[in-house]
Design a protein around this ligand. Sequence first.
Ligand code: CP3
Length: 346
Amino acid sequence: MPAPWHDGPMMKAARREPSGRVPVWLMRQAGRYMAEYREIRRDVGFLELCKTPELCAEVMLTAVERLGVDAAILFSDLLLILEPMGLQLAFPAGKGPVLQNPIRQAADVDRLAELESIDPLEFVVEAVRLTRAGLDDRLPLIGFAGAPFTLAAYAVEGGASRDYRRAKTLMYCDAGAWHALMTRLCRAIILYLNAQIDAGVQLVQLFDSWAGCLGTDDYRRYVLPYSRSVIESLAPGVPVIHFATGNPALLPLLREAGGSVIGVDWRVRLDDAWTAIGGDRAIQGNLDPAVLLTDPATIRRRAGEILDQAGGRPGHVFNLGHGVLPQTPVENAIALVDAVHELGSR
Ligand code: CP3
């Protein structure tokens, strides 16, 4: 007997099988826009929260219940994997994440330690187990990691960047150092995602949130082989959602790198994106998160437009094009989930 989640709308969509309704979940569905999350964060720093598996599970399970979404995602952060590799991570209040000792040049790449085992990230494995154990068994749990490029760019820039000039300089000037950096990250990501799979996630999402800063030739040369090697090295049978933002011209290349589901942002119409990706892959997206700052009627209309573009084809996972904005009224996020369930039912 397959587990109950196996034939729910989310897993069916990931396999492009028809199901009664379009599944919906939201990137950053647990976060500062939600009062229950802010309540927990009053007493606990973000890093401490990520390292307390019981709280990670609680935060995600609360969000899933409140929203009525069709999937949970591990509550964690993209950058935690870099800590046991020797980078000092901090989340200063009110600012984005910072790495205090970034890889600034080729000579620094050797400083990045090999992730030899999952032990230093055991809290993530435990968060997977606890979230899975507390989750309705009809709902799948999504694991995740940063894609090699996005992690490399963070490691080199040391934080958010407007132009990614340091990462690009290393990439363009020193192919050997770039290869060493990306290869080391790939091995770590594979270990990390397979550990999440062993601990009980049903799908994994690879976030290449910064890849959109690249043109197609550079993506093909400097990024695609690495993302592909990660996707090819994951336990078979676990659908991979491959997500990037910012540059719709990359979509055919994301598909080439792999993933049964390709995640798209709002800069491209969903039907055009699906044509670019090809009908033999599922698609996830792509409402502009800013639409959730409007009102339920507008949200419903905009969700309907995206569902119309999907045209009832199997293999559409409804999501935002990027994470929920902290200013989002929680009622609006709930209104979106309800609208997708109503308009996306057949
Ligand atoms: O989707 C979810 O609810 C699961 C949890 C999740 C978080 N981060 C929680 C979080 C996931 C999947 C991530 C991934 C992540 N982290 C990405 C990739 C996705 C994306 O948005 O492109 C990136 C780039 C990061 C790095 C990171 N961590 C950033 C840029 C920030 C935001 C900084 C800010 O102040 O807005 C974080 C912090 C973070 N990660 C928060 C949460 C809930 C907010 C922390 C807080 O202040 O409480």
